[in-house]
Write a protein that binds this ligand. Structure first.
Ligand SMILES: *Cc1c(COP(=O)(O)O)cnc(C)c1O
Length: 422
């Protein structure tokens, strides 16, 4: 049982809501720092370890700067993400470019930054060589183990996933790159998403370690790092437990001692590209109850919508909901807590037991710090909310303003309308 917490009491939250308006995201800097330190400490069992924070999970330069200061790099998959990482002080080999279906200009920019190119397909060897004029000194490939490895609900079965190279392709890809002058090599996979079973990650590491040994024998290349991708889940539901970082690190270390050390591949660097467990539990969407309706069910209408937080509507994902100041009241009402989109899936909570909600109450949606604001969209011309950061000293800064109507109209051209005829 994981009890959900929130770093501010009702009075402090009301003050912030008054200053910035609702809805908003708020992130807890102290908690993010504390968590990344625990994560890094657990994996210090390896000769060299680095977390490349998956920028897509929380693409805000303030958050990236905090993580950069804690020693993290960035995992990017588009040109704007590369620029975000760079502006936040992450560059060179502190950037993993794990992209797919990548346009040529993005490879050019990533290479200019000195980022590590993680190729998603064997045909990208020619593509990158042609685009850049020559292959970079260091290259990485994403492995898709196919039916050898069971997937999970969000990512699906690896053999049905669009990512990565097959076993046979990956052996020839490294051999080919070596022939073409590449001198340094990394190996990557990502086969799960939001997975809570810690053994899954130990199995994944074992699979990559064995592949690194195969690559030494069959392609005559020495892998210098293994990137385990992302996929570590968080306990969205109160009856779930967080992944124990120490357990995973020690389990992977045991496999490392069994496979990597005897093969002569030690020291081998271990890397992660986690997003969700790094910021997910330390960000909240705060919204106000603005309507209630009583039809076949009891509804609470809030001023945020699925355009601010898409996970419940898109995946049916569970997010814990609490009511500021009513944490200890009896949970004796059943509500659907809903947003304003003209889509019936726009529900933050369905048939949820909650304390009695009054209009004006501040509703806190938990575990929204990763894949939250980042997945927001503008359907129904909804304007996305902004983001706040609770600093370590207790002050609050706005790190992204809410969208305005002008933002929505910024890509439209009204000046040509006068001469437009049908
Ligand atoms: C999404 C993604 C991640 C991060 O996943 P989380 O579930 O947020 O940890 C890492 N690497 C790649 C390639 C991804 O697509």
């Amino acid at each position: 049982m994981t009890r959900k917490t929130f770093p501010l009491d009702k009075k402090a939250l009301e003050n912030i809501a008054e200053q910035y308006g609702t809805p908003f995201y708020i992130y807890d800097e102290a908690a993010i720092r504390n968590n990344i330190r625990r994560f890094t400490a657990a994996f210090s069992l390896f000769p060299s370890f680095r977390e490349y924070f998956a920028v897509k999970a929380c693409p805000n330069p303030y958050i990236l700067k905090i993580l950069a200061a804690e020693g993290c790099g960035a995992d990017c998959s588009s040109l704007p993400e590369l620029i975000l990482a760079e502006k936040s002080g992450m560059t060179g080999e502190f950037v993993m470019f794990t992209s797919n279906e990548t346009p040529a200009q993005e490879y050019i920019y990533a290479n200019m930054m000195g980022a590590i190119l993680n190729l998603d397909d064997i045909t990208h060897i020619d593509f990158v060589e042609k685009t850049l004029g020559a292959l970079p000194e260091l290259i990485c490939f994403r492995y898709n183990p196919g039916p050898l490895k069971e997937g999970n609900a969000i990512i699906g079965k690896p053999e049905e996933a669009k990512y990565g190279l097959t076993y046979d392709q990956i052996i020839s890809a490294y051999a080919d790159c070596k022939k073409r002058g590449v001198r340094r090599f990394g190996l990557h996979t990502m086969v799960a998403s939001n997975e809570l079973n810690p053994d899954y990650f130990i199995d994944t590491a074992e699979m990559l370690f064995k592949l690194a040994v195969d690559l030494q024998e069959k392609a005559d290349v020495r892998i210098e790092f293994v990137d385990l991708g992302g996929g570590i889940g968080i306990p969205y539901r109160p009856d779930q437990n967080a992944v124990d970082y120490e357990y995973v690190a020690q389990g992977i270390r045991a496999v490392y001692d069994k496979i990597i050390v005897p093969s002569g591949l030690d020291p081998l660097s271990i890397r992660w590209e986690c997003g969700r467990p790094i910021t997910g539990p330390y960000g909240w969407l705060v919204t106000r109850a603005i309507h209630e309706k009583h039809i076949y069910r009891e509804y609470i209408g809030v001023d945020a919508s699925m355009a601010d937080l898409m996970r419940p509507g898109m995946y049916g994902a569970y997010h814990e909901v609490t009511v500021a100041g009513k944490e200890w009241k009896p949970y004796d009402h059943i509500y659907d807590v809903v947003g304003s989109l003209c889509e019936n899936c726009d529900k933050f909570a369905v048939q949820r037991s909650l304390p009695k909600i009054d209009l004006g109450d501040l509703i806190i949606i938990h575990d929204a710090g990763a894949h939250g604001r980042a997945m927001g969209f503008n359907y129904n011309a909804k304007l996305r909310c902004g983001e706040l950061l609770l600093r370590e000293n207790g002050s609050v800064v706005q790190i992204r303003r809410r969208e305005t109507i002008d933002d929505y109209f910024a890509t439209l051209d009204f000046t040509g309308l006068g001469s437009f005829s049908v």
